[in-house]
Design a binder for this molecule. Sequence first.
Ligand SMILES: Nc1nc2c(ncn2[C@@H]2O[C@H](COP(=O)(O)OP(=O)(O)OP(=O)(O)O)[C@@H](O)[C@H]2O)c(=O)[nH]1
Length: 264
Amino acid sequence: MCTKMATTDDSMDDDVFESDDELRGRLAVSQRQTLPKTPSPTGYRGYQPPPEVLKLAENDILEDTEQKTHKTILLGDSGVGKTSLLVKFDTGKFQSGNFSATVGIGFTNKIVNVDQTRIKLQIWDTAGQERFRSITHAYYRDAHALLLLYDVTNKTSFDNIRAWLGEIREYAQGDVVIMLLGNKADCGPQRAIRREEGERLAREYNVCFMETSAKSGQNVDLAFLAVARELKYRQTGEQDQNRISIQDYTKEQSHKSQCPPCGS
Ligand SMILES: Nc1nc2c(ncn2[C@@H]2O[C@H](COP(=O)(O)OP(=O)(O)OP(=O)(O)O)[C@@H](O)[C@H]2O)c(=O)[nH]1
C-alpha cells in the first residue's frame, strides 16, 4: 500500500544509544522522562547483523576496528520511507502496514564491499517530523554522507527537498556526499512526481539521484553502494574506474535512475 497512515508512535527505546554513551547523555535521558517505552523500528535491543556481515567482521576484526567509519544519515520528511529503506538494506525485508513515526535517532552499522575494500557505513535513521529537527541538526556536522529522501507519491515531501538542502548547507560539512532518493517508486498510480523532476532537481543542486523502492527493493542496495563508492574514492583520492559503469548499471537496471558525478 502506498497510502501513508498518519498514526504516530511518540516513543523511543533508549536501546539505540547503548553503544554510544555520548548520545545517551545528550538525548535519551530527556526522552525517557517524557515518552513511553516502545522501540523505534530501527532501535531494537535484539539486533543482529545478517550472517554475511558477521562473517566479514569475524574474518578481520582488527582491520574493521581500525577502519574508518563513515557516518551516513537518512533525511527527509516524515513518512517518505527512511526507516523502511534502512530496514530493507539491513534485513532485506519490507514491513508494510501501520506507519509508526521514528522518534529521535538511531543507527545501524553495515559493511559494504567496494572493489575489495570494506567500507564501514554507520547509517543513522532520523525522525522526519519537524519537532525533532533540532535534535537531528546536531548530527549533520560530522556526517560523511546524507541520503535525502522524498516520496514520489507526496508532492509536499518533494517540495520540501529545497528546504532540506538549505538545512544541509547550513549544518553539514561542505564536502558531504549527498544522494537524493525518490522513494516509493513502486507506487505507479499514485505517483505525483515524475522521475525527470527528481533528476532536474538533483542536477540543479549537483547531487546524485536515484529512484528507490523499499518495498520492491529497487535500487536500495545500489544507493548505499554508490554512497560507499564515493566515500571510498574520496578517502583514498584514487580515481574510481567503475564510476561510469555504475551509473550505466543504474540506468539499465531500472530505467528509472540517474547518478551524475557527485560534487563535480
Ligand atoms: N509502497 C511503498 N511504501 C513504502 C515504501 N517505503 C516506505 N513505505 C511505507 O511508508 C510508510 C512510512 O515509512 P517509514 O519508513 O516509517 O517512513 P519514515 O521516513 O521513516 O518516517 P519518520 O520515521 O516519521 O521520519 C510506511 O507505511 C511504509 O510501509 C516504498 O518504497 N513503497
